[in-house]
Design a protein around this ligand. Structure first.
Ligand SMILES: Nc1ncnc2c1ncn2[C@@H]1O[C@H](COP(=O)(O)OP(=O)(O)OP(=O)(O)O)[C@@H](O)[C@H]1O
Length: 270
């Protein structure tokens, strides 16, 4: 496993040290959802997290967001320990989930949802900022008064991303950001995230079951299994090293190769 070098630790936006999270089941038995996980993500960089169901990916994201308290170890953003998000405070960490419709209030306009983190601005400034944010994710600002149901899944994910960016986060956490979307829309969202990261330089952690998404978005990858970090490093190196050892990674590689074969076949038929 790659160790954190001193320079990496010093310049990292997200620094995760010996992170352990235990849960107790109803019988009082301890389950290690995360066990001594350790990595860092620099400003403007992305780490993908992969691992089978129950590996601890969501728990990791929730710990970085301050939604779960580590049992041991720590998560720091720019040198400060993460704290639980408080109502009314804008957090340096924002999240984008799998289902954009669940993340937006269905009875409020999308403009209202995007402006929520901007409550401290004056009304006029807020309206200008909402229009800028909508335009930056490719949604016509004239649609700010529409409700979520008037948008497609891909458009809703753009709106969720606009709201996440409203508070100029240092860190963006994406939990399967494309898996609920049509294949044709997935690449658009990946490209949007890449463009926005280049502009805003947030550090990003993306949980994905899709190696193509990991390859497109991430600089590094970590593989979790039963809460432990099995591998970490540049995606291609990790895939090469871990395929022999980890059945889940082997399965991921196989399914991404099959997708690639189908894509080439479709292109040849077209
Ligand atoms: N609040 C909780 N209480 C008890 N156990 C929990 C809790 N949250 C997670 N766990 C357990 O911790 C382990 C890791 O769960 P987690 O949801 O982080 O996995 P995951 O990799 O995100 O899985 P999936 O891909 O299915 O979403 C699992 O065994 C899960 O049952």
């Amino acid at each position: 496993m790659r160790n954190l070098t001193d320079t990496m630790v010093e310049t990292a936006t997200i620094r995760i040290n010996s992170l352990t999270k235990d849960f107790r089941n109803r019988k009082g038995m301890v389950r290690h959802a995360l066990d001594s996980v350790e990595f860092a993500v620099k400003r403007g960089m992305t780490t993908a997290v992969i691992g089978e169901s129950g590996a601890g990916k969501s728990t990791l994201i929730r710990c970085v967001a301050g939604l779960e308290k580590p049992t041991r170890g720590s998560v720091a953003i720019n040198g400060r320990q993460v704290a639980p998000p408080r109502h009314g405070n804008t957090s340096p960490v924002q999240m984008v989930f799998q289902n954009p419709a669940d993340a937006l209030n269905p009875v409020r306009s999308v403009g209202w949802s995007i402006s929520e983190p901007l409550r401290k601005l004056r009304r006029r400034e807020r309206r200008v900022r909402v229009a800028e944010l909508m335009a930056s994710v490719g949604i016509d600002p004239a649609r700010r008064k529409d409700r979520p149901r008037a948008f497609s899944g891909g458009q809703l994910q753009r709106i969720v991303i606009a709201r996440a960016l409203a508070s100029s986060p240092e860190v963006l956490l994406c939990d399967e950001p494309t898996s609920a979307l049509d294949v044709s829309v997935q690449a658009q969202i990946v490209n949007l995230l890449l463009e926005l990261q280049e502009e805003h330089l947030f550090a990003c952690i993306v949980v994905t079951h899709d190696l193509a998404v990991a390859r497109a978005l991430a600089d590094d990858v970590i593989v979790l299994r039963h809460g432990k970090m099995l591998f970490s490093g540049p995606l291609d190196v990790v895939i090469e090293d871990s395929q022999e050892l980890d059945p889940y990674v082997r399965q991921l590689v196989r399914s991404s190769q099959q997708m690639e074969i189908k894509k080439v076949a479709r292109e040849q038929l077209a």
